[in-house]
Every structure is written in C-alpha cells, then in structure tokens.
Design a protein around this ligand. Structure first.
Ligand code: JFZ
Length: 433
C-alpha cells in the first residue's frame, strides 16, 4: 500500500511550479488545430450520424468497405495549420464510431484494413512533427462499435424504453472493453514517439451513462503518465478533484464569461470550437462562422487566460474543404502581423480598464498591453485611467507610432489614423512604463 501511495505521489503531487513548467509551452502557444476525421466524413452529416440516425453496424459497414482518402497529404495540412499561426494539433485517433485511424493490434476495425491500407496516424504524426507542431491525440472513451461496450443513452442502439437496457446489454462485458481501451491507449502512448497532448472524450455520469469506473480512469492516467511523463491530459476522464481533474479544462462551443477557477485558483483552459457547428465534415451545413468571429474567439480566449483549439473536419478524400481553407487563410493573414498579442499573452491585470468595443491581452514578460479594436473608432480613442502608464503606442499592423495626449480626467487619448489599417481587427501595442 505504501508503495502504491509513493507511486501516486510521484505521479500526481507535483508542485504548482512544476505543473506550470510542464504546461509552459502550451500556455505560451495559445492556438492549436483540432482535426475530426473518420468514416463519418463519408456520410458528411455530423460525426454523430451513427447515433443520431440509429444506424446499425451492418448498415454502417459500407463506409468502412469504401474508405479511401486517396488525396491524403498530412504535410499539406500541417503547412496550413502552421500558416494559420497554430502551434499544436490534436487529431481523432478513434472517435465514438469506434473506427481506428491507427494500426492497433487489438481490433480489425482500423484504417489499415480499408482500401487506403495505411496507418493514417503514423503519417500524420511524422508530417506535423516535421513542420514543428506539437502532437496531440484525441481518443474516444465512448465506442459504438466494440461488442463489449454496453449500450448507454447515447449509443446508436439505445432502447426507446429504459426497461430494455438490461436485456440489450446481456452478453456485453465492460471489463473486456476496459482492457481494450487500456491496450489501445498504451499503443498510442508507445508506438508514435513523444506525444504532447492526450485528449480523452468523454464521460457522462448517470444511470445510463458512463463515468470514471467504466474507463478505470485512475489506472489509465497512471499508465499514461508513466509512458509519457511530460504529456498534458484534458479533463474528460471524470476524475473529479483527483489529480486536479486533468491538466486543463475544456469548455466547448461556447464562450467562457471569465477565467475558470478550481478551488478558488485560476486553471489552465482551452476552448474547442468548430467552423460550422459539427466537428466532422458536414457537406450541407450552412452555419459557417466568418473570419472576424473566429478571430474574436481566439483573442477573447487569450484575453481570459485561455487557449483556442480550432477544428477542421477533412473530407473523405483527405482534403480541407475550401471553406475551411479560406478561414485558415484569414486567421493566418491576421496572425502574420498580430501574433505578438497572442503568443505568450494572457489576461491583462485588473488595473487596466477595457475600453468599449475592445479586448485586452497582456504579455507579462515584455510588459506590453494589447488593445484589439473590434469596432474601429473614428480617430480619437480613449484609454481610461492610463495617464502616466504608457511609454509608447504603435499599431501592430505596420509598426507606426500612435500619438498620445493626456486628458484632464487622467485618461490617455490616442490619435488613430482615419483609415482603418488593412487587417480584420487592428491591434494597438502599448509599451508600458
Ligand atoms: C464531444 C464529442 O461528442 C464531439 O463529437 C466532439 O468530438 C467534441 C470535441 O467532444 O462532445 C462533447 C463533449 C463534452 C461536452 C459537450 C460535447 N460537454 O462537456 O459539454
């Protein structure tokens, strides 16, 4: 028992400073690419299509039999991620449908057995690493294909009448699934070199749900930490307060109102967001966000101390569809001149008041404050309470000086150019005293 406790201590009882150190690259980099890819890119109507439409295994089989992303070129994906200003990427190695994009010893339901015949993850890891991006694996705890995985409330074969769960699940054995899960995660943590992030998904406690007991989350996290000591693990293993619940929080698809806390302390967090609503490629979806909205998501996350993991759902041919490419290009055009307000930045200290229609970020290392102008004002722009605090002000877009005047009320007024700088959201860089 003592030995077990000592081991747990070694795995979990990091000091705050050690944890901060382990997360340092991630809190600096701020912006990553999420990739949801699987058989569901073929029906092209949501990665949950199997559950949403109650599709049986045999009816879903045609996608496996035909899966052939013949235009797959992960080096091209990595270049696009990098050009957009992203520093890390997380790909679905297996989503809820159960299909593995990697060559697992423990299943036949994998890409190597489809017409494409490749370990898609292996090529992906090599390509993204070669472009200098950090590597993350998404792994679905939920599995709608494995025969031992018990039918729960989100399973494609869930019953209309809750009384039928027991009879439906006769013969299914979650203990066997747990072993499968542990085996696959071990493969992912062993066969692909250094992995920077593991993104598990997800727990949904309840009578017909799944929680940490179903995954054996504690054993899983111990194994992962042993095999990949530096790795960052998200918070979807249902570990509660144990091990801080995970290395970072993952609020999804909505904007956080303020920096999330745990026991009164601010925690590292990352919001994941889609271009259009679904994560997997969805051909007919029309709810695509525009470039400005996506930039606001990034800036707003950093302004509250968080990261953005922005999702692309590649097509079944293996391409980023043109709508996704346009948006990545939009992010890249902005990041090319403005990334100084993103990398290494965080929430601004409370002494700096946020002017109307703006978002603030702050770089503690360089002591520079960034004002993002969401609605470009006409010429005069006031910074409340900033008198005596600013050494120099310039536009990030072209490095041109912005003249400053102190006002009688203790504010600083800036003389902005009448013509809006040629970027979606102009940024003022304030070099503080
Ligand atoms: C999950 C998946 O079901 C989805 O397909 C996608 O992979 C996404 C990134 O993660 O969806 C979730 C998981 C957790 C919450 C909401 C949707 N949650 O905690 O609110």
């Amino acid at each position: 028992l003592l030995q077990v406790q000592a081991q747990e201590k070694k795995i979990f009882n990091e000091t705050d400073a050690q944890k901060e150190q382990r997360l340092a690259w991630w809190t600096n980099d701020r912006f990553g690419m999420f990739i949801h890819w699987g058989l569901y890119s073929m029906p092209s109507r949501h990665e949950w299509v199997k559950s949403n439409e109650h599709i049986t295994d045999s009816a879903y089989q045609k996608y496996f039999d035909l899966y052939n992303p013949d235009l797959y070129n992960p080096r091209e994906w990595a270049r696009m991620a990098k050009a957009a200003g992203m520093k890390y990427a997380v790909i679905t190695t297996k989503h809820h449908e159960g299909f593995c994009l990697f060559d697992s010893k423990y299943t036949d339901y994998k890409s190597t057995n489809t017409p494409v015949k490749k370990d898609l993850i292996k090529e992906w890891v090599e390509a993204f690493r070669a472009e200098g991006l950090k590597i993350g694996f998404y792994y679905s705890l939920i599995d709608w294909h494995h025969p031992d995985y018990t039918i729960d409330e989100v399973h494609p074969q869930r019953p209309n009448n809750p009384k039928d769960y027991d009879s439906l699940n006769r013969g299914r054995d979650m203990a066997k699934y747990r072993t499968y899960l542990q085996n696959q995660v071990r493969e992912l943590m062993t066969n692909y070199g250094k992995i920077d992030i593991l993104w598990t998904d997800f727990s949904f406690p309840g009578e017909h749900g799944k929680d940490h007991n179903d995954w054996n989350s504690l054993e899983l996290i111990k194994m992962i930490r042993k095999l990949q000591p530096g790795i960052l693990i998200n918070n979807r293993l249902d570990l509660g307060e144990y091990a801080d619940g995970g290395d970072f929080e993952t609020p999804e698809q909505y904007k956080v109102s303020e920096w999330p806390t745990r026991n009164g302390k601010r925690v590292p967090w990352e919001t994941c967001q889609t271009f259009s609503g679904s994560w997997g490629y969805y051909r007919d979806e029309t709810s695509w966000k525009d470039n400005k909205q996506l930039l606001v998501l990034l800036i707003e996350s950093v302004s509250k101390g968080g990261n953005l993991l922005l999702n692309v759902g590649p097509t079944s041919r293996g391409l980023f569809d043109t709508r996704a490419q346009d948006r990545l290009k939009g992010m890249g055009d902005w990041m090319q001149v403005n990334s100084r307000s993103i990398y290494g930045c965080t929430e601004a200290p409370a002494e700096f008041k946020r002017p109307d229609n703006s978002l603030l970020t702050y770089n503690p290392a360089t002591k520079r404050l960034y004002v993002h102008l969401l609605d470009y004002p006409l010429q005069r722009f006031e910074l409340p309470g900033m008198k005596g605090k600013i050494k120099y002000a310039q536009l990030l877009s072209d490095g041109s000086e912005i003249k400053m005047h102190n006002t009688d009320k203790g504010d600083v007024a800036l003389d902005l150019p009448v013509r809006k700088p040629d970027v979606e959201i102009p940024v003022i860089e304030l070099i503080l005293q």
